[in-house]
Design a protein around this ligand. Structure first.
Ligand code: FAD
Length: 418
């Protein structure tokens, strides 16, 4: 083998950079291999190019916002959590700020601030950075790891940390190599599926482009299974597009849609445009706004809903050309039911390549949650999106990557000296 290291880290995303830093801080000689010519290509894209470093919620809340096996992370977060992520950057002179929904960003509003800080730290700790040198395989005899092979040759290591990310946005370098590495040494990978993805609808109003471009604030979108049970519900903003729906509420529901689509042709979504009001409240509000008026409801109710949606619901209820006095209670109830309980039909989401986060990954039953070491090969560690863990956008995946990276890095270093 051409060169010997204590710890080799495969992948220079948030998980890999943090793993390499932590292993080096704990006295290891570390090499990090990144297939791109620079670090953190995907991280640079997050938060609209501003880097959504983490989220400032209590740990229990973080777990709730990581619907894909968040509970596996209790042990990780007990060793390094979102507050530690914030301290890490603050201690290195990065000013952070909190925005809506607890999202944390650098005050500079530039992702480069975060990636440069990590790079400087790696260089300070003399981590050997190998750019444009993808790892091709893990060298193992089946019981332990000997090192890795790249196009440049073989490198030996006492511990190897796999932080190759998921398989979404493959142009960032995350192309699923880690799943191949895991399988090559006997690990299982659970089925991969798109999460945090816009949703396609089959409803006629979509092909008719009636609502395209319309955005709704703080509405409630729910995913309903075939037994009519609500399996996920999110109150956030929503955007109608030329193919269906996008925006935070749709992204959060997408993983549940994809899980149901494994056994169903279509999935029912329910949209409540007034989650803070009851149907009775709405009936009363409509009466107050329009009962004294002879105007048609579409004019009397101006401002009750965005104009295009108001007209759409009134037309669906058959009352767009009527005044309040001409409208029966049943017709008004139908209109209110559209406002509160509008049924939409989803048939797919964007594919993996265009979704933000990969669902599924390295089987967690085969990973020790305390050390993030393989239960099959004790000198092999996994961190970040390559694991079968997925969170909502808003900093939850990045927090997972930094924190699991820290834990894998520290235990990889301990192992190297054991
Ligand atoms: P990655 O960041 O994917 O890094 C893996 C690295 O490994 C890559 O640099 C890759 O080039 C390298 N690599 C892969 N294979 C090899 C190999 N064989 N040899 C060497 N190197 C290799 N999450 C949030 O929490 N909040 C957000 O707001 C958010 N926004 C997002 C926006 C976009 C557009 C996208 C695409 C994702 C977003 N995410 C967000 C998800 C988040 O970026 C990822 O979950 C996170 O980057 C995963 O970190 P990671 O270190 O595990 O993997």
């Amino acid at each position: 083998m051409s060169k010997k290291f204590d710890v080799i880290v495969i992948g220079g995303g948030p998980a890999g950079m943090m793993a390499a830093i932590t292993a080096a801080v704990n006295g290891s000689q570390v090499a990090l291999f990144e297939k791109n010519k620079r670090l953190g290509k995907k991280l640079l894209m997050t938060g609209g190019g501003r880097c959504n470093v983490t989220n400032n919620r209590p740990v229990d809340d973080l777990i709730v916002h990581i619907p894909g096996n968040g509970r596996f992370l209790y042990s990780t977060f007990s060793q390094f959590d979102n507050q530690d992520v914030m301290n890490f950057f603050s201690e290195r002179g990065v000013a952070l700020k909190e925005e809506d929904h607890g999202r944390i960003f650098p005050v500079s509003d530039k992702s480069a601030t975060i990636v440069n800080t990590l790079k400087e730290e790696l260089e300070k700790l003399s981590v050997e950075l190998h750019f444009k040198e993808p790892v091709e395989k893990i060298i193992s005899d089946g019981a332990s790891i000997q090192g890795v092979r790249t196009s440049e040759g073989d490198y030996s290591a006492k511990s190897v940390v796999v932080t190759t990310g998921g398989i979404t946005y493959p142009s960032t370098g995350s192309q699923g190599d880690g799943y191949r590495f895991a399988k090559s040494v006997g690990h299982h990978v659970t089925p991969l599926y798109p999460t945090e993805s816009p949703i396609f609808l089959t409803d006629e109003f979509v092909s008719a482009k009636l609502l395209q471009g319309l955005s709704l604030q703080d509405v409630n979108l729910s995913v309903i299974d075939e037994k009519n049970k609500t399996i996920a519900s999110h109150e956030m903003d929503l955007l109608f597009t030329h193919f269906g729906i996008s925006g935070p509420a749709a992204l959060r529901c997408s993983s549940f849609v994809n899980q149901l689509l494994r056994t169903q042709e279509t999935v029912t979504l329910k949209l409540d445009c007034f989650p803070q009001k009851t149907a009775a409240d709405l009936m009363e509000e409509i009466r107050e706004r329009s009962s004294a008026s002879t105007k048609q409801l579409k004019n009397a109710l101006a401002g009750f809903l965005p104009e295009r949606l108001l007209l759409f619901f009134l037309e669906k209820s058959g009352i767009s050309e009527q005044s309040y006095a001409q409208t029966s209670k049943e017709q008004l109830e139908k209109f209110v039911s559209y406002c509160k309980n509008w049924s939409l039909t989803a048939n797919k989401t964007f594919g993996l390549e265009k979704s933000f986060v990969t669902g599924g990954g390295v089987e967690l039953k085969e990973i020790n949650p305390k050390e993030l070491a393989s239960k099959k090969i004790p000198d092999l560690f996994f961190a970040g999106e390559v694991l079968d863990v997925n969170g909502y956008t808003g900093g939850y995946n990045i927090t997972t990557a930094f924190c699991t990276g820290y834990v894998a890095g520290i235990h990889a270093a301990y192992h190297a000296f054991a």
